[in-house]
Design a protein around this ligand. Structure first.
Ligand code: HEM
Length: 416
């Protein structure tokens, strides 16, 4: 259901372009094969070079000496950036906006907590939550919106549980993550006419909420991530108030919509080819590879930007110091030079682990272990109990050029 051709720049900057992924991939595949990159000089945006090939996205991501993240690591109109600076709000300084030693030191505050062994200790709790949401699906009586009713609240519960945020505060957290990450999608914006104001108010609410949390975890430390952040130190000194706040924001926001879109999009892909659901049921061990394939296929983080630290060249284009490139993860993940039959969703593919959905290098996703566990635990709990599942209507895609995916997925099903 192609919606017609979109101008190359709009493919990456316009929220609406992401509402029809089949059309998006068709158009981008053509550009990737023919030219490998796209130089965009659209009105309202400082020029940027879009990297479409796996090799280029990989090389730039790995080289964090010559390619910097900076405070503008997400693409947005120049006027919006100027407005943010003029508003007096501090420019974003979460992990994905930091570089060099500051990034290394901040990442070290929580990185031990995200190591495989430490994440593994949380598996019993992830099992419990997956059980809870499979039961919820059963209670919904044979029809639901899998994205809204299951994927979204399940992934939110897991991340909030890790954090130590109580269940009753989840609606607030959902509102905040969508306020910050879903700023392009009309459904998430609600009545707000000004997406930037919505982001600003979400940040202010975060400040109040997490200041209270910090005070609590300093007084009564617990086995949760909030305790690690509240008591985090850089160079032997407690993190500053603003630094700590950015930390809370990145972990709370980065871990939710991303995983929810992967799970919902994975279900959509499985429903389009039910033989793969059968294959998963016949061989439960396939779930590990299937999860990587789901994350390759859905690629919910649509891009990050990198800025040249000095004059350089990439993908055959000269880039001046401070010039910028957009890393297109969804395109890199469909690169036919790396993935055989790359436009086919295939849970048995041998090359799924070369996915770039989590990035690579110094900024490699801290939560990748959690995301993988969440998805595979849910599928492993659900599929053996399902007798049948089919679409009950077309999927609907979120309109956001940063983090997006399937936001509504009507399904009809029968449990055994
Ligand atoms: C399928 C789900 C997810 C996807 C696709 C995803 C993707 C990404 C990507 C592309 C990056 C930037 C990598 C780079 O620049 O090289 C990133 C960074 C990050 N992610 Fe994830 N993520 C997911 C889930 C999670 C979860 C569950 C958490 C937390 C529990 C999380 C926490 C983070 C953090 C803290 C960073 C910043 C790391 C840094 O800059 O050093 N993510 N993620």
């Amino acid at each position: 259901m192609a919606t017609g051709l979109v101008s190359p720049g709009a493919l990456f900057s316009s929220a609406r372009a992401w509402a029809d992924m089949d059309a998006w991939h068709d158009q981008v595949a053509e550009l990737r094969r023919k030219q490998g990159s796209v130089l965009v000089a659209d009105e309202g945006y400082e020029p940027y070079l879009v990297l479409l090939r796996h090799a280029d996205v990989f090389a730039v991501s790995r080289d964090n000496t010559h390619w910097l993240n900076t405070a503008r690591s997400v693409l947005g109109p120049d006027a919006e950036w100027q407005q943010l600076l003029a508003s007096g709000m501090p420019p974003p300084a979460t992990l994905v906006h930091l570089d060099g030693d500051a990034h290394r030191d901040h990442r070290a505050v929580t990185s031990p907590w995200f190591k495989p062994a430490s994440v593994g200790r949380r598996q019993p709790r992830i099992d419990e939550l997956a059980r809870q949401f499979v039961d919820r699906m059963r209670d919904l009586g044979g029809e639901c919106d899998f994205a809204r009713d299951i994927a979204q609240p399940y992934t939110l519960r897991v991340i909030m549980d890790i954090y130590g945020v109580p269940e009753e505060d989840e609606p607030l957290m959902l509102d905040l993550t969508q306020g910050i990450f879903g700023a392009g999608d009309p459904e998430y914006i609600g009545d707000a006419e000004d997406p930037l104001a919505r982001v600003g108010s979400a940040v202010m609410t975060f400040v109040q909420y997490f200041n209270t949390m910090t005070a609590d975890r300093r007084e009564c430390p617990r086995d949760d991530l909030a305790t690690v952040i509240a008591n985090g130190e850089i160079d032997g000194c407690p993190m500053g108030d603003v630094e700590r706040l950015w930390y809370y924001i990145i972990v709370a926001t980065a871990g939710h919509d991303t995983t929810s879109f992967a799970l919902a999009g994975g279900m959509d892909a499985l429903l389009r080819d039910p033989s793969q659901i059968e294959a998963l049921r016949a061989d439960p061990d396939l779930v590990v590879n299937a999860t990587d394939e789901i994350i390759r296929w859905t690629s919910p983080v649509r891009h990050f930007m990198r800025y040249a630290a000095a004059d350089t060249e990439v993908a055959g284009h000269p880039v001046r110091k401070d010039g910028r490139v957009l890393l297109s993860y969804p395109s890199a993940n469909r690169d036919e030079d790396v993935f055989s039959d790359s436009m086919r969703f295939d849970i048995t593919r041998k090359d799924a682990e070369r996915l770039l959905s989590f990035g690579v290098g110094a900024h490699f996703c801290l939560g990748s272990q959690f995301a993988r566990r969440e998805i595979r635990t849910f599928l492993s709990t659900l599929l053996p109990e399902l007798d049948h599942i089919e679409p009950a209507g077309p999927p609907e895609w979120a309109e956001s050029h940063f983090v997006s995916g399937v936001k509504h997925l009507p399904v009809r099903y029968r449990f055994r």
